[in-house]
Structures are given as C-alpha cells and as structure tokens.
Design a protein around this ligand. Structure first.
Ligand code: C5P
Length: 219
C-alpha cells in the first residue's frame, strides 16, 4: 500500500478539482475522531484516521519488527488489528512517530487519500501543517488535559480496559509532550486553522460547529 515514500516535509494535496479536503489536527482525545467521523458522514466524505497508521506501525514494533520496515510494508488490513487502541500501542505509536523516515514512508498514502473524488477528512497531528498544507478547511481541535483524559478513560472502559484516571492523564500528557516537542512535523495549530476548543462542548455541539465551518468554506 505505501509505495513511493515522499521525503519532503512540505507539500500540496489539493491538486484535484473534484477533491475537497478537511484537515483536523489536535492533541490526544480532543474529539478529533468523533468530529471527523460525523463530518465525513454528514458530507459524504471519506475519512482517514491517520493515527491508526502510526498505531499499526507501533504495534508491529512491539512485536519485534523494525519501525521503518513496518511503515514501508504497512497494508490496509493492518489498520484493522484489534489491539490498536490500547495504551501500550498508543505510546509505541508516538515513539515511532518521531522518526523522520517512518513519517516520510506514510506521506504519499495520506496525500493520495486526501485528494480522492468526493472529498476527504483526515485527522491527525500534522495534516494541516505538513500533509495537506492547502486543505480547504483546517480545524485544530483541542480540550483541557483533564477533560481529554476523562474522555479517553471512558473510551477505554467502554472497550473493557480499566485504568486509573491518573495513569490515563499521565499517558495523554506524555504523548502530547512527545508529539509537540519532536523535531519533525510536531503537533501545532496551523496559522490558518480554526481552533475548536471542545472542553465545554458536547460531542453534538462540537460536530455542529465543525459542520458550520465546512459549510462556510464550501459556499
Ligand atoms: O490520533 P492517535 O492518538 O491515534 O495517534 C497516535 C499517535 O500517532 C500520536 O500520539 C502521534 O504520536 C502519532 N500521530 C502522528 N501524526 C499523525 C497522527 C498520529 O504523529 N498525523
């Protein structure tokens, strides 16, 4: 799947006139996934959770594979592995995500996805700043660390994983720190992105705001 690694850190993805690209970035558990899925369903766009790419690479590293080899040989089926949402895999994902060659190996696939006919929503950390610098809509979704840890804990509990709140908060903060401080494609709000703070919003309210921004960009 991931043929033709692209070693540039800047680029364009919105070269196809039939495409419409929504880039959604933000820290862990800010609500990106919920918003992205809902927006994709509302507008009929395709959705790519780019965190899954890094999680799939991280999972392979945990089972002994070299990170770059894992990124270069990743297949769509790998994104459906059952344990990708575990905290261990999340940490492994953020460790492999600091590797410039791993990131480069995943660029081409993301950019191709972004320009597919009918529109696409990509969520991650560097979509607006690196992968799709010319995206039609750029949102930076955030929330307080406590709120994000609470949401992540609820999500883990729903999947049968019981963890102390302090551990979940520490996990979220460690990942954010690593994602923000890495040299390549760090997590940051693009200058031309709209900031959407979901701390005091319900999921429906956050989704409604995102839809409003996209509607405005499409009209
Ligand atoms: O979004 P999610 O929490 O699934 O991402 C897991 C990890 O993958 C993040 O902590 C981050 O290190 C990495 N990631 C990234 N760039 C992206 C998406 C995810 O570095 N576009």
């Amino acid at each position: 799947m991931f043929v033709g690694a692209d070693h540039t850190t800047e680029g364009f993805c919105n070269m196809n006139s039939a495409s419409f690209t929504v880039a959604i970035d933000g820290p862990a558990a800010a609500g990106k996934g919920t918003i992205s899925k809902a927006v994709a369903a509302y507008f009929g766009f395709s959705h790519l959770d780019t965190g899954l790419l890094y999680r799939a690479v991280g999972a392979k590293v945990l089972s002994g594979m070299d990170a770059l080899k894992a990124a270069q040989t990743l297949e769509v089926a790998d994104l459906n592995s059952p344990n990708l949402r575990s905290p261990d895999v999340a940490q492994a994902a953020s460790r492999v995500a600091v590797d410039v060659d791993v990131r480069a190996a995943l660029v081409a696939f993301q950019r191709q996805f972004a320009v597919r006919d009918g529109g696409a929503v990509l969520d991650g950390r560097d979509i607006a700043t690196v992968i799709c610098v010319d995206a039609d809509v750029k949102l930076f979704v955030t929330a307080s660390p406590t709120k994000r840890a609470k949401r992540r804990m609820d999500e883990l509990n729903a999947n049968g994983i019981e963890l102390a709140f302090s551990d979940v908060l520490a996990d979220v903060e460690a990942r954010d720190k690593r994602d923000r401080e890495r040299a390549t494609a760090p997590l940051k709000c693009a200058d031309d992105a709209v900031m959407l703070d979901t701390t005091h919003l319900t999921a429906d309210e956050a989704i409604a705001r995102a839809i409003k921004y996209i509607m405005a960009a499409r009209s």
